[in-house]
Design a binder for this molecule. Structure first.
Ligand SMILES: [Mg+2]
Length: 219
């Protein structure tokens, strides 16, 4: 019997290389008002607003500026898929693991890097942007499951498939992954930029190659 059944991945900095946090990178690219952006960020970290409210606020600033799908694609063209990502995902899927994305990133990023991501992942928690014919954002389906709430998404998926949290694996790189990392049976800090994440993880992978995860999950 395999030890683990569900493998969950973060996106920015984990499946995708070339970015720590896509939102702040995009704000920089789009020249979003720094004061308003920082106020919303502070409000979130001071628990004045929820993650979802923060996300909607920031997407609202992109909508005000009339940012188009083309602008997003141009901005994210500097990102790349993490080495070994595709091979690892396809191998895990073939081996029968359930796969999930639990991320505060944007679907346009995942879709650009892994066009068939909806076939690969059984569950996807991510913020979705729907663009109109004019290329502008028409609709927003923002996720509430980032930061501490990532752990809640994990619990939802585990419960749906009847797995214990010990049978779940999470792979992530940053401080927004700390809480979820504490709950899984195997927490893998990958391409890690947070000392606290490193300290709560079961294993730290320093080599920037997701095939390391494939080995660890099957060890
Ligand atoms: Mg990340």
């Amino acid at each position: 019997m395999p030890k683990y059944k569900l493998i969950c991945f973060d996106v920015d900095g984990t499946l995708i290389e070339g970015v720590e946090f896509s939102w702040s990178y995009l704000h920089d690219c789009f020249g979003v008002d720094k004061n308003r952006r920082e106020k919303a960020r502070d409000d979130f970290f001071n628990q004045k607003i929820t993650y979802l409210e923060w996300a909607l606020h920031d997407i609202g600033m992109w909508m005000e500026k009339g940012i188009t799908k083309k602008d997003f694609l141009k901005a994210i063209s500097v990102f790349s898929l993490m080495p070994g990502a595709r091979e690892t995902l396809l191998a895990l899927k073939k081996q029968g693991y359930k796969l999930a994305v639990i991320s505060g990133s944007l679907d346009i990023i995942l879709e650009t890097m892994i066009p068939d991501y909806q076939d690969i992942f059984d569950e996807v928690f991510i913020s979705k942007l729907i663009f109109g014919k004019d290329g502008k954002i028409k609709e927003v389906i923002a996720t509430q499951y980032d930061m501490k709430m990532k752990a809640e998404a994990l619990k939802l998926v585990a419960e749906k498939y009847g797995y214990s949290l010990k049978e779940c694996v999470f792979v992530g790189d940053h401080y927004n992954d700390i809480e979820i990392m504490k709950h899984v049976g195997l927490g893998i800090a990958f391409n890690c930029k947070s000392d606290e994440l490193r300290s709560v993880a079961d294993i730290v992978v320093n080599k920037k190659d997701l095939r390391e995860v494939l080995t660890l999950v099957n060890a």
